[in-house]
Design a protein around this ligand. Structure first.
Ligand SMILES: NC(=O)C1=CN([C@@H]2O[C@H](COP(=O)(O)OP(=O)(O)OC[C@H]3O[C@@H](n4cnc5c(N)ncnc54)[C@H](O)[C@@H]3O)[C@@H](O)[C@H]2O)C=CC1
Ligand SMILES: O=C(O)[C@H]1O[C@H](OP(=O)(O)OP(=O)(O)OC[C@H]2O[C@@H](n3ccc(=O)[nH]c3=O)[C@H](O)[C@@H]2O)[C@H](O)[C@@H](O)[C@@H]1O
Length: 450
């Protein structure tokens, strides 16, 4: 099929590349000429494992092209809308400005009978606004939310847990002869290899499809804030949240995933999505969801404050003038994305309190250094920790987990580390002379003021 993908960021570039790998002819459109230049040459404009291989395959096969020219969408049979829906600068609401611009541009060029399919994460009810923005274009409309995670985006796209199709009420999966089966059939054709492999697909209304996406992210955020609240309880009681979550997770009704307590969640999605969800609940007068999301958000942001306060405590009450090494700038490992990064938030708080903060990260320094002039960035871990009075492990990259505590002890001024992701083998590090503090690992009662 001929497909256009509008918006080639973390979601769209991966979506375009995986569709091409399934045999479709795909054009990816983005307003960012730099991004399009990279993608056209087969290079990923951001770090995402496996993406460059797919881009190179797509370029070599001729099935995958990129452009800034919106006119290139004209002969596509399906248009996927993948532009950003960031948090508004002035409220909790999602900013739908990019989506409106992209939709209007597609609507003006899409050929009659083609399908416009939304993938961006949107507040419930947005599809009706998209229909208005299409301004009478003779196109079908569907909403097909995406659930991929950065860092595993290629795998998540090629082997998704489920496909969700939000379609017109008249549309159904009954096949030829039913009133408006157009978009279901079209999407089935797009995703044929996945459906053939047995990926479940849910066909539902627009509102339900929109809410499935928001509710899934809100649930993940809820699970994370729940375990972080338990971490605070563990610190207060002298218990260990890593053992608590491991034991809880063995119950298959609970499961191990998203139960890793620590610095909490960040990134370009969960934080803004729970705020948008909150705003939607307020508009719909569903107070319980508003209050719930408010608590999830405040527990999450509170983790950052707790780690910064622990650093101050371990520095004798204040960090002013202290040299602090921060391991991690990305919002999580295996990505270079620093959007709402908990690690950088803590680093900025400490710098704001007068510390000399040196940050290192395997992939995210290029994205971070111009944005945060108050921080020093080092690509070499050895340079970052040199002379540090305290080390903070804030993003659990494999290379940080595997650090040799003996080697590191020889480089720092004081062997004190906050393992804010609870990933280091504490016994080994303590045997190497380190004071190790986790989050919720019951160390709070053992803080020694230096
Ligand atoms: N990043 C992720 O892992 C996932 C993101 N999502 C959702 O997907 C959407 C996109 O997210 P990201 O890819 O992370 O954002 P992003 O910011 O990385 O990418 C958005 C892209 O859209 C482009 N763009 C903006 N306006 C445009 C226009 N009028 N025409 C063409 N291109 C335009 C931007 O230049 C940018 O490259 C959001 O709604 C997000 O919530 C959903 C699932 C996963
Ligand atoms: O809507 C989106 O954009 C995506 O948001 C998340 O994906 P992502 O933001 O890429 O990252 P996750 O792996 O979910 O991690 C989110 C945050 O939670 C943190 N986290 C995750 C798991 C855990 O146990 N503990 C924990 O603190 C991570 O460090 C990270 O900061 C969802 O997992 C995806 O399903 C969804 O498609």
């Amino acid at each position: 099929m001929k497909i256009s993908v509008i918006g080639c960021g973390y979601l769209g570039a991966v979506h375009a590349a995986t569709l091409a790998s399934m045999g479709h002819d795909v054009v990816g459109i983005d307003t960012d000429a730099d991004k399009v230049g990279h993608l056209s040459r087969g290079f990923a404009p951001f770090f995402e494992p496996g993406l460059e291989d797919l881009l190179a395959d797509g370029r070599d096969s001729g099935r995958l092209t990129f452009s800034t020219d919106m006119d290139r969408v004209a002969d596509a049979e399906v248009h996927f809308l993948c532009v950003g829906t960031p948090q508004s600068k002035t409220s909790d609401l999602a900013d739908l400005g990019y989506l409106e611009a992209a939709t209007r541009a597609v609507g003006a060029r899409a050929k009659a009978g083609s399908a416009v399919v939304g993938k961006s994460t949107v507040p419930v009810g947005t599809v009706h606004r998209v229909r208005e923005w299409l301004a009478g274009a003779d196109v079908a409309l569907a909403w097909n939310p995406e659930f991929l995670r950065q860092g595993t985006a290629v795998k998540d796209s090629l082997v998704p847990d489920r496909l969700v199709y939000g379609v017109e009420d008249s549309d159904d999966a009954a096949g030829p002869g039913s009133a408006g089966h157009g978009t279901v059939r079209t999407l089935d054709e797009v995703y044929a290899p996945l459906l053939h492999a047995g990926v479940p697909r849910i066909v539902t209304s627009f509102a339900t499809a929109e809410l499935i996406k928001s509710a899934a992210n809100a649930y993940l955020a809820t699970k994370l804030s729940y375990i972080n609240a338990m971490a605070e309880l563990c610190d207060a009681a002298g218990a260990d949240v890593t053992q608590l979550s491991a034991a809880m997770g063995l119950d298959p009704r609970i499961g191990q995933r998203y139960l890793a307590a620590g610095l909490g969640f960040g990134g370009g999605c969960l934080p803004k999505d729970i705020r948008s969800f909150r705003a939607q609940a307020r508009e719909l007068a569903v107070d319980s969801v508003d209050a719930w999301m408010g608590l999830v958000d405040s527990i999450n942001v509170g983790q950052r404050g707790r780690v910064a306060a622990l650093a101050a405590e371990l520095c004798g009450g204040a960090v002013s003038g202290r040299r602090i090494a921060v391991l991690g700038a990305a919002f999580k490992p295996d990505t270079d994305d620093i959007r709402d990064s908990p690690a950088l938030d803590v680093a900025v708080r400490l710098a704001g309190a007068g510390a000399h903060v040196v940050v290192t990260d395997p992939k995210a320094i290029n994205n971070a250094w111009m944005r945060y002039p108050q921080l020093q960035f080092e690509s070499s871990l050895a340079a970052a920790v040199e002379g540090a009075e305290i080390v903070l492990l804030l993003t659990e990259w494999p290379q940080f987990r595997a650090l040799d505590p003996h080697d590191l002890a020889g480089r720092v001024r004081r062997p004190v580390i906050i393992d804010a992701r609870n990933v280091l083998p504490r016994t080994e590090w303590r045997a190497a002379g380190w004071t190790v503090h986790g989050v919720g690992t019951g160390d709070a009662a053992r803080v020694h003021v230096a």
